[in-house]
Every structure is written in structure tokens, then in C-alpha cells.
Design a protein around this ligand. Structure first.
Ligand code: PMV
Length: 321
């Protein structure tokens, strides 16, 4: 029996990816840049066990559905092929943040699974190679292998700045306890197929991305966050036109709060992903001015405050980790 335990954190894209390149490998159509969040973690243990005949996955204390287990098995199959193993695995994974919190648990989930599986199989892969494995399951997961600010450009994920480059805080405004209605996978393929604005998104996204990267490297928090809001609005506009709508009334109310704070001179910006939760981007020094206004916004149930953090890492490995 060989096992390893890995921990990974969710990430939020500042410049978004939305849409895939044609062909295999789950490669995003546009570059993206994210921030890996400290404090929120997925912990995953993978044990290759000769005694079992099928992969078994436990998520937050419950046996995972056949669909979810099959997605984990796809990743494990790639690891087995690379390591020359045929042994099935037991996978036990827990999130210390709510699964429906609007934080992409698939990003931290597949990052932790990829790292634990690779180490349990005895493969001595570096982080970029583990990231490429994670990307094939969930493209945003590639970014969670690294800490701080991370770029995913085509097949390559790489860190571009450490967690302290800008003093950013992310206020996740949770607007529903339910799961999202359209998966990101389906939402982006619908957008590519039906949106009259998908071509415009493909043209705009790299321009926004590279400007944002430049602002970040210049430690210009306000400019980077302004571009992050521009990226989110462009992404959602392209999706809207394909009848793919993730925002709710509460999301728009929180967006109005952010924009009115900004109109009154407070630095606050918004981003949204494939769900109704709004993430407010703010300098650490402004949290106390921004958080109460968001807490008072109708439809905002609670706020999770997060800061830039570290990448995925191995907690233990061995014959019986
Ligand atoms: O990693 P996926 O395939 O679940 O897609 C993530 C899509 C967004 O979160 C909306 C954008 C991004 O770059 O993370």
C-alpha cells in the first residue's frame, strides 16, 4: 500500500478563462491570471491499495457519486499509466470551506488529488507537470498548484508574483447555499456555440489579461482590480448572449453596492464566476469600509474574507502515510 496526503487551496481568476481550444487536453482558449487563497483548504489522501478492485472516493465524509468518482478515476488512470501501476486507489478528500460557497472546490480538489496521486504512485514530477495533469480534469485546478498570483496560458501554468505583491483581500459574498445550475464546462461550450459575442470575448480577454499582469507586476492594485472587473463583465456578457446566466438579483445588488462605494471614492471592485456569488476585490486597508456595506446588502447571506496564500503541498507520504 502506498499513500500520500496533499493540501491545496482554491483560486479566484482575476482575468478569466472562458472557452476551450479545439482538440484534446482541456486547454483554455484564452490566458487567465488568478490569486490562490489562504485559509481555505482541500486535504486529499490517495492510497493505492491492492485489496480493492475499483477506485473509491469519499468526499466530506460521504461516498461520492458515480459521476464524480469517474472524473477522479480519469486522473488516476493517467497517473497509473505514467507509473506502470494497475492498482486501484482509495481517495479521501475534505474541504474546510462549504462546497457551495462559490469558491471553486474543483480547483483545489483536482490540485490536491493530482499532487497526492502523483506522490503516492512514486512519481517525482515537478509542479508544472502536476499542474498539467490537474488541468486535464479542471483547467482552473492547474493554477492552484502554485501560490500567490498565477497565470495559465495555453497548457502552461506558472506563478507570476508572490502572495505579497499587492495587499489584496477577497470578500466572497455568499448569496445562496445551493449548487450552481449550469456547470462551467457546459456554460462555456454553450457560449462558444451560441453567443454572437464569443468572438469578441476571445479578442478582448488576452488584451485584458496582459494589461492586468502588467499592473500586478507594477504592484498597482487599483488598476489590476479595475481590469479584473472588466474581465468578469466581458466574460458574463458573452455568456448572457448565449442564454447562460449565472448572476441572480443578489449578485446584482452586491455589484451595485461595490459600484456605489467606488463612486464615493472607496477602492472596491467585483468579480463573478460560474455561480451567483460575488467576490469583492479590495485593498486590506479598505476592508473595514467595504465589508459592512456588503453585509447590509439584501441577498448577501455571509462573507468569507480571504487573502493571497501558498500553493499546493504534500503533507505526508509513504508506505502508510
Ligand atoms: O476550471 P473550470 O473548467 O471549472 O472553469 C473555471 C471558469 C471560471 O472560474 C469562470 C474562470 C476561471 O478562469 O477560473
Amino acid at each position: 500500500m502506498r499513500s500520500a496526503i496533499a493540501i491545496a487551496h482554491p483560486n479566484i481568476a482575476l482575468s478569466k478563462y472562458w472557452g476551450k481550444r479545439a482538440g484534446v487536453g482541456n486547454v483554455p482558449a484564452v490566458p487567465s491570471l488568478s490569486v490562490t487563497l489562504a485559509g481555505l483548504s482541500t486535504r486529499t489522501e490517495v492510497t493505492f491499495d491492492d485489496e480493492i478492485s475499483a477506485d473509491a472516493l469519499t468526499l466530506n465524509g460521504h461516498a461520492a457519486s458515480a459521476t464524480v468518482t469517474a472524473r477522479a478515476s480519469e486522473l488516476l488512470d493517467r497517473v497509473r499509466a505514467a507509473a506502470g501501476l494497475s492498482t486501484r486507489a482509495r481517495v479521501v478528500s475534505t474541504n474546510d470551506f462549504p462546497t457551495a460557497s462559490g469558491l471553486a472546490s474543483s480547483a483545489s480538489g483536482f490540485a490536491a488529488l493530482a499532487l497526492a496521486a502523483v506522490r503516492a504512485a512514486g512519481l517525482d514530477w515537478d509542479a508544472p507537470r502536476v499542474a498539467a495533469l490537474a488541468r486535464q480534469s479542471s483547467a482552473s485546478a492547474a493554477r492552484s498548484l502554485f501560490g500567490g498570483f498565477v497565470e495559465l496560458d495555453g497548457e502552461i501554468a506558472r506563478p507570476v508574483a508572490g502572495p505579497d505583491r499587492i495587499d489584496l483581500r477577497v470578500l466572497v459574498c455568499v448569496t445562496t447555499e445551493g449548487e450552481k445550475s449550469i456547470s462551467s464546462r457546459d456554460g462555456m461550450s454553450e457560449t462558444a456555440r451560441k453567443s454572437p459575442y464569443y468572438a469578441a470575448w476571445l479578442e478582448a480577454a488576452p488584451r485584458i489579461h496582459f494589461a492586468l499582469k502588467e499592473a500586478l507586476l507594477a504592484s498597482d492594485l487599483a488598476r489590476a482590480c479595475e481590469l479584473a472587473e472588466e474581465s468578469a463583465l466581458a466574460m458574463h456578457a458573452s455568456a448572457f448572449a448565449a442564454n447562460v446566466i449565472y448572476v441572480s438579483g443578489a449578485t446584482l445588488a452586491a455589484l451595485a453596492t461595490v459600484r456605489s462605494l467606488r463612486a464615493s471614492g472607496v477602492g472596491a471592485w467585483a468579480t463573478m464566476d460560474a455561480g451567483p456569488h460575488l467576490k469583492c476585490l479590495v485593498a486590506a486597508a479598505d476592508v473595514d469600509r467595504v465589508k459592512p456595506a456588503l453585509e447590509k446588502t439584501e441577498g448577501v447571506l455571509r462573507i468569507i474574507e480571504a487573502r493571497p496564500g501558498e500553493g499546493a503541498r504534500v503533507l505526508g507520504q509513504g508506505a502508510e502515510a
